[in-house]
Design a protein around this ligand. Structure first.
Ligand SMILES: Cc1cc2nc3c(=O)[nH]c(=O)nc-3n(C[C@H](O)[C@H](O)[C@H](O)COP(=O)(O)O)c2cc1C
Length: 245
């Protein structure tokens, strides 16, 4: 019998981003819980970007080369990830400004087809749709594969020490990871993305700013996906010159 995830499987390079600015942070605890659950199910390497650490380093920069090396490395990790787990606190009914600022620096074709698990923590149940109305459109812009189940937590889900106390939330994390696994298995550029995006990342670190995008030559190939040109020519047979008089 073959197992889906035998020890010979190359670990997935997972990059987690928590937009929580506080220490301790509920968002960080939530993202960590998702990582723990995923790590139980499949081998993963983890690069965990915590805004509680890099938040103050982000605000003053409008070009990537103005960012400290550490943050440039974090952006490079995001661009090279096999999959992302992103979490933000809800601020004024959306992601935080710094969370958006960070993703404004991410090269705009680097996340094509990359699976992204969405998570958020808020003070109120009534803002749970921040996942669908704020986070999902942001990652749709990147043509990422936002995963079907996101995870939302409120203050009530946590103990005063910021560990998760709610069975409902724990179950939701399990469901989100279970639904993610088949997609993560399908999408695995598994380490090859790092090589593919390297040049773009280096260029981005040189001159990518909020007001200046890199000239786009082509959409980055997602390793497991068939050529977009081939797919389009099937959809538009006229491109095959069938109408020549
Ligand atoms: C500036 C600010 C704005 C906030 N706005 C909202 C909001 O609109 N809706 C909500 O549910 N919670 C809101 N909250 C509460 C936080 O989202 C919530 O406490 C979150 O879990 C904090 O995450 P952290 O522990 O990772 O910092 C806000 C908090 C702050 C500081």
């Amino acid at each position: 019998m073959t197992h889906h995830f035998s020890s010979s499987v190359q670990p997935l390079n997972i990059v987690a981003v928590s937009g929580g600015l506080n220490t301790p942070s509920k968002t960080e605890a939530l993202v960590q819980a998702v990582l723990n659950e995923l790590g139980e199910a499949t081998p993963i390497n983890i690069h965990f970007i915590k805004f509680s650490e890099i938040g103050p380093l982000l605000g003053g920069a409008i070009y990537r080369n103005q960012l400290p090396q550490r943050v440039q490395d974090d952006l490079a990790a995001v661009e090279a990830a096999d999959a992302l787990i992103v979490g933000t606190p809800v601020y004024r009914a959306s992601f935080t400004g710094l969370f958006k600022h960070f993703f404004d620096f991410v090269e705009q074709t680097a996340l094509v087809d990359v699976p992204v698990l969405l998570a958020a923590s808020g003070g109120s149940d009534r803002h749970a749709l921040v996942l669908e109305h704020q986070l999902r459109p942001l990652f749709s812009f990147f043509q990422a594969q936002t995963l079907p189940i996101g995870v939302y937590a409120t203050d009530r889900d946590f103990t005063p020490e910021y560990t998760i106390q709610s069975q409902q939330l724990t179950d939701r994390i399990t469901l989100a990871v279970a639904r993610a696994l088949p997609i993560l298995e399908w999408a695995p550029a598994k380490g090859q993305r790092a090589e593919l995006v390297k040049v773009k990342t280096e260029q981005a670190n040189q001159n990518l700013g909020i007001n200046k995008q890199i000239e786009q030559e082509e959409v980055l190939p997602s390793v497991a996906v068939p050529s977009l040109d081939a797919a389009e020519s099937r959809l538009h047979p006229k491109n095959l010159k069938t109408h020549v008089a």
